[in-house]
Design a protein around this ligand. Structure first.
Ligand code: NAP
Length: 224
């Protein structure tokens, strides 16, 4: 689990461990099996090298992501756009997972079904975008979904048993969503534990033909 310090990442790692899986955690800000800053390819490569002794992996789960930081929140309109903040969103939400794929796909089990799953977001769906706004987050998640699609096509030839997907966890009670929940009905916000259980159910049900797609917490495909 990469991003094991996050709300959803920590819950995913804990649940995998509770069900008896051997779990390896990579994180930027808390003690973990490997330290990783996904915006620095050297750090991603070093983490992969450090964890190679624990491979092969049946599942690589990318649970990192960025919606807002202290200085910038999601944009409501063009006047809110900030170039460096947009580039940071792309670095964390799209380029980072691609670099993780570059260095961690070789550690997936080659001879049995294995999954490379990235937490994406429904708002990264271009055809589903009716509200607008959130330029950088939406666009970087759309880019992530394209990267997952390219990866799936490459894996089909190189590692036919591997599956690459994006996953939408629902709206989850974490640091990331905290400022943006006004107007949500209580049943629209789930705990990290519930989200993790939902996501693991979806991952467990994935079939080879699902590779390249993006799926919601209930297993429903999300259109590109
Ligand atoms: N929460 C929701 O409602 C929701 C909805 C849709 C999609 N998602 C997606 O779900 C994923 C997890 O989100 P969350 O809600 O669990 O948010 P979170 O609690 O803020 O976790 C985000 C994680 O990303 C890590 N991260 C950010 N930049 C990093 C970097 N440069 N290098 C390494 N790690 C980095 C954070 O590490 P630090 O602890 O070091 O900051 C943290 O572990 C994200 O991709 C998000 O877009 C969440």
């Amino acid at each position: 689990v990469i991003g094991a310090s996050g709300g959803i990442g920590a819950a995913l790692a804990a649940q995998l461990e509770r069900r008896g899986d051997a779990v390896v955690r990579a994180a930027r800000s808390v003690p973990a099996d490997a330290a990783i800053d996904i915006t620095d390819e050297g750090s991603v490569a070093a983490a992969a090298a450090q964890l190679a002794g624990r491979a092969p992996f049946d599942l690589v789960l990318v649970a990192t992501g960025l919606l807002h930081d202290a200085a910038h929140g999601p944009e409501r309109a063009l006047r809110d756009l900030d170039g460096p903040a947009m580039l940071r969103a792309f670095a964390v939400n799209a380029v980072g997972p691609a670099l993780i794929a570059k260095h961690f796909v070789p550690l997936l089990a080659p001879d049995r079904p294995a999954v490379f799953a990235c937490l994406s977001a429904r708002v990264g769906s271009i055809s589903d975008n009716r509200l607008g706004g959130w330029y950088a987050y939406r666009a970087s998640k759309a880019a992530l979904n394209m990267i997952v699609r390219c990866l799936a096509i490459e894996l089909r030839r190189a590692r036919p048993q591997a599956i690459a997907v994006g996953l939408h966890p629902g709206t989850v009670d974490t640091r990331l969503s905290a400022p943006f929940r006004r107007g949500l009905a209580p049943d629209q916000l789930v705990s990290p534990d519930t989200a993790a259980a939902n996501l693991l159910r979806v991952i467990d049900g994935l079939k080879p033909e699902d590779s390249g797609g993006c799926f919601a917490w209930d297993g429903a495909p999300i259109p590109a």
